[in-house]
Design a protein around this ligand. Sequence first.
Ligand SMILES: [Zn+2]
Length: 368
Amino acid sequence: MNFFRLLAGFVLFLLPFDAQMETARPIYSSAKIKTVVIDAGHGGKDSGSQGTVSKEKTIALKIALQVGKYIQENMPDVKVIYTRSGDKFIPLYERAEIANRSQADVFISIHCNSLPPKKSNINGTETYVMGLHSTEENLSVAKRENEVILLEDNYSKHYQGYNPNSPEAHIMLSMYRNAYLDQSILLAEKMEHQFKNKAKRSSRGVKQAGFVVLKATAMPAVLVETGFLSNKEEEAYLNSEKGQSYMASSIYRAFREYRDAVEQGAKSKEIKTLPAVKNTQDVYYKILLSSSTQRINTNSSAWKVVKELELVPVKNGYQYLSERCKSYNAALQRQSFYRKNGFPDANIIAFNGSKRIALSRAKELLGE
Ligand SMILES: [Zn+2]
């Protein structure tokens, strides 16, 4: 399968170990893709990257509108929602809220990349999913895209004090593991495949980093960097009608393939039942510390006792999970610790990869 081979090519060494394990499982969850949110990056007072002759916000919007048009023309049963359809400033949290409110099945954020003049020779596409960054380059792309929030009024209120200028804050952000990582990677891979093979662009691959806009979306979400405005030729390409329509149709085709894969996968019976797991390296327990409908402030001292807090967006809000435990006994000890330290409702839950499984199944797989 193409997907896994390509992933082995670019993603494996970029992704943290957890994510590597996760790519080896079936990916399908919801049966129908009914709504897609297309997010043209930046807008209004926020121009995004500046090329010699163009601005990121303008190109992103043109491509975004064209993607939406292709979807509307060819998939009448899919609802397209734009976060902006004109030159308007939209805060990052609002972009995510638009997607969450409309219960979108997919979120696609469209951007253009940029590097300092010294690196103006670099070109190519990149598609990001939420996750641990592994290179300085990924970090700087995310930092640049997140800096937008400094232009927002009251930004600290909306992002729990997250400061895009602080490298530590960025690393913390990237550690929130999106519950939809599998699907996001599948979609991202299809994007890069289209850019490379249909639009004949140079693909820099699927990457992970901490993006504010991706973190807050409760659905599979990708952020596409369509090319570098700091590269003269690529800027000209992205400004041309041909370039924009090639990029837009690549994104559309990737979305279409993704939809087909998810919907066919959901239809097939085999995929609904968990396959037998041969290696049990990816079976583990976590402590479900708390659930909430609104995001709660986890910067407060009560949360300091939690080793590796994981926030998981669920249908009606959020779940807050502890670090992994490798055995049921270890999980029992951690549960008792958390119950004594401010989380009286702490409960043990089990996973296979990022999929929730029954405790009894986990014990069986681990031979406990
Ligand atoms: Zn951008």
